[in-house]
Design a protein around this ligand. Sequence first.
Ligand code: 2DT
Length: 212
Amino acid sequence: NNLSSDSRGALIVLEGLDRCGKTTQSSRLLSYLEELGHTVESWRFPDRTTNVGQMISSYLANKSHLDDHTIHLLFSANRWEKRSLMESKLKSGTTLIIDRYSYSGVAFSSAKGLNMEWCKAPEIGLLAPDLVLYLDISPENAAERGGYGEERYEKLEFQKKVAQSYKTLRDASWKIIDATLPIEDVEKQVRETVLNCVEACVKGKPLSELWL
Ligand code: 2DT
């Protein structure tokens, strides 16, 4: 019926502070879309499995030290190395649920004081998400959830700066969800928004590139 030749999968991005519940919601959303019969994969950035990803992982674990600009460009390179696979997956009808994307790249690096426009530049030309879901929680609330690990950015003071950067970055197209609600309530809002988005992509909404 409405399966045009440009029918494709949706690029769905989850963003938010550490401990906001992104990982839980991605995995629930994955099962939900699978049950509905969609072809769907769940990805995350950084993708620590590549060579670049291993450098990032070692930096995050404080096992190596890199200049702020250098690590920023590595995070970006880690998305660039997945770009063509991402495009072919979407075009072949696979919906991708991505835990962190360019917005994390810009929010975390600009929280260190790097210029936001400079941070955005290397992301130009990456695929633009069809939907950004922002799981909104205050840094204090997130910290109270416990479970901050030992990684470089998992500190309340730094998360406060990241929250500010996200505020500057977000626009009217983002779906902001109150992440302090019970898991099921967050899930319900995620589902509703995602279904509309997936439907638009099935109908042939064109793919576009950052920045919009
Ligand atoms: P996880 O804890 O979600 O694995 O993230 N980060 C992430 C950046 O600074 N720049 C980026 O481009 C991305 C994708 C956020 C590891 C940490 O890396 C940060 C938290």
